[in-house]
Design a binder for this molecule. Structure first.
Ligand code: PMV
Length: 314
């Protein structure tokens, strides 16, 4: 039997903009997707036991099988003749926006490699998971699979010319509490990414300046993280949320969660990931503030994950 795991992630700055070459900042969280793989005759069967939003597993089933086929091809295994029993579990909930698909792809790729005694470097696993991500996201930036593979706090910039992406480790003086609130709405990242690309093409006068602002924002956020200026990081998260609203990827539930978090004293709050549902995240330094914000969101009937950013390597 082969085993593997992949980190969940939270995008702190730049989701959607990263697809178009703007830098983004992502942090792995202390929850993982875990996979176990054993060989069998021909067909591929997936037993998905991850906890999460109702309907997540069903909605993503077709994309999941396509992603496994893509991974097998990239690993030079024939999807027509390779039979697999795949078990998926782990502590990462199947909420949209936490990189659950990328984390599971990294976990499955590592588990397949283990079962077939294939040896891959982390960078190769990252490339395999990127292939898998195309099934879920259409034209992914690669930020999710990068965080799922390497963990930590990362600066990521997609190379639009097709060469290697820029991946740099950032460090935070100490880990900081955040909360992740789930709208419970299963979002379709592929459709959200496509929508932004179409609107950007149709209305460059509106979109180009917003993309320029997102770039400046990422650079300022990187400096604020370096200086451990958490108030500044929070303010910039707020600005990032308004940019995401302007490009049409927020929704009323996400805006409600952001507002609640801010009312309770969060330093900053924004949607995280593809939007259109999925999750929001709020910067809540200290366990007391984290608990206060989490409780208020739970009181409104939403699920919350309490975690930290900047954890070294889990
Ligand atoms: O919704 P998630 O967790 O898959 O995050 C998607 C992030 C996007 O920037 C919207 C897409 C991408 O490929 O970077």
């Amino acid at each position: 039997m082969g085993k593997g795991s992949g980190f969940g992630k939270v995008i702190l700055f730049g989701e959607h903009f990263v697809v178009h070459g703007v830098p983004g900042i992502v942090s792995a969280i202390d929850s993982t997707a875990n996979a176990k793989v054993t060989r069998k005759n021909k067909t591929i069967e997936v037993k998905d036991e991850r906890r999460g939003s109702k309907g997540y597993a069903e909605e993503k089933k077709i994309q999941q099988l396509e992603s496994i086929n893509r991974m097998l091809k990239k690993m030079k295994l024939d999807p027509e003749t390779t039979g697999l029993n795949i078990w998926l579990g782990g502590s990462l909930p199947g909420f949209s926006g936490l990189g659950a698909s990328a984390a599971s792809s990294v976990a499955i790729a590592r588990a397949i490699a283990g079962e077939f005694t294939l040896s891959f470097s982390d960078q190769e696993i990252n490339d395999i998971a990127y292939e898998a991500e195309k099934a879920y996201a259409g034209n992914p930036s690669g930020i999710d699979n990068t965080a799922a593979t390497f963990g930590g706090l990362l600066w990521f910039k997609k190379n639009l010319a097709g060469g290697s992406n820029t991946i740099e480790k950032l460090s935070l003086r100490k880990p900081v509490e955040i909360i992740i609130g789930s709208t419970g709405i299963v979002a379709n990242t592929k459709a959200m990414v496509k929508g932004v690309a179409e609107r950007k093409k149709a209305n460059p006068q509106k979109y180009n300046p917003l993309f320029k602002k997102a770039e400046e924002l990422a650079i300022n956020a990187r400096n604020a993280i370096h200086q451990f200026d958490l108030m500044k990081v929070g303010n910039l998260m707020d600005v990032n949320h308004s940019l995401l609203q302007e490009i049409g990827v927020s929704c009323k539930e996400l805006d409600q969660l952001v507002e609640t978090a801010k009312e309770q004293g969060a330093y900053g709050a924004k949607l995280t990931g593809g939007g259109g549902g999925g999750c929001m995240t709020a910067l809540t330094p200290g366990e007391d503030l984290q608990e206060k914000v989490a409780k208020a969101i739970e009181k409104e009937g939403f699920q919350v994950l309490r975690t930290k950013i900047g954890i070294k390597r889990i």
